[in-house]
Design a protein around this ligand. Structure first.
Ligand code: NDP
Ligand code: 8X3
Length: 252
């Protein structure tokens, strides 16, 4: 039995990999950065004595996703939990001024990538008679914030797809959970602002954001409920964030 995590090279995905390894699960980890995956795999194998397989994968590339699974069937047939976590935001701008290349990147990664991976794995979960799909949504998918438009829309799609997947998988024994966090301090903001660390730091200035470990704890809790219990959605904000654009920042 193993856990398949997309976007495991950083942030929430890496924290979830550690948390699952700590309770003895074997892992299949994918992302685009091979070096990051290797460092993490070496650490987890040494510390927790679990099996860890890593593959370089860009979830936007449909053929690569299909080939990865079909060429490594013994590995993927052991997957019982799929954590669809790979995702990103790029830029912040209005719909009238946004960059369509950034829109494509978010839509291709956050929606289409998640669908490609799900399409490849679901038949295997059905065949084994059960499993768990955990999709990383966001509060941005429930409440839109200024200049968030396309990112918010991709995360709204994850909410709707999670509902749809539950319906599609009805009667198969496969559970579907959406975890929708507010501000989590990871590399997310740095990616959004194309490597501008100063701008990224400002996102979390004056508040205590959620950590990737906070989210991993929630993911593990959802996964560890008895098989007849399906946590459909978890929405979690930092205490300092009452809504998507109401953030209590302390100035010192
Ligand atoms: P990070 O930037 O730290 O991690 C993002 C992960 O996604 C990386 O491992 C990255 O790996 C991977 N990734 C991005 N694009 C691709 C791709 N095309 N193919 C494969 N992997 C990819 O951010 P977070 O950990 O914060 O983000 C994880 C998820 O959580 C995302 O879906 C995000 O939308 C969601 N989220 C984040 C919140 C936050 O405030 N941080 C709040 C709510 C939701 P690599 O670059 O190596 O490919
Ligand atoms: C990430 C949370 O509010 O920065 O999904 O968009 S937010």
């Amino acid at each position: 039995m193993s856990v398949f995590i997309t976007g495991a090279s950083s942030g929430i995905g890496a924290a979830c990999a550690k948390a699952f390894a700590a309770i003895g699960h074997d892992l299949v980890l994918v992302a685009r950065r091979a070096d990051r995956l290797e460092v993490l795999a070496t650490e987890l194998k040494a510390q927790y004595r679990v099996g860890v397989e890593t593959f370089v994968l860009d979830v936007r590339k449909r053929k690569d996703v299909e080939l990865l699974v079909s060429e490594n069937l013994p590995t993927f047939k052991k997957v019982e939990i799929l954590l669809n976590n790979a995702g990103l935001a790029k830029g912040l701008s209005t719909s009238q001024a946004g960059d369509p290349d950034e829109w494509d990147l978010m839509i291709d990664t956050n929606i289409k990538g998640l669908l490609y991976v799900s399409r490849a794995i679901f038949p295997l979960l059905i065949e084994r008679g059960g499993g768990h799909v955990i999709n990383m949504g966001s509060v941005a998918g429930r409440w839109s914030y200024p200049k968030g438009n396309v990112y918010c829309a991709t995360k709204a799609a994850i909410k709707v797809l999670s509902e749809s997947m539950r319906v599609d998988l009805h009667g198969t024994g496969v559970r579907v959970t959406e975890v929708a966090p507010g501000m989590v301090e990871t590399e997310f903001a740095e990616v959004r602002f194309s490597g501008d660390k100063k701008q990224a730091k400002q996102v979390y200035q004056g508040l205590t954001p959620l950590s990737a470990d906070d989210i991993a704890e929630i993911v593990i809790w959802c996964a560890k409920r008895p098989a007849h219990v399906n946590i459909q959605e978890v929405v979690v904000f930092p205490t300092a964030q009452s809504s998507v654009h109401l953030v209590d920042r302390k100035t010192s």
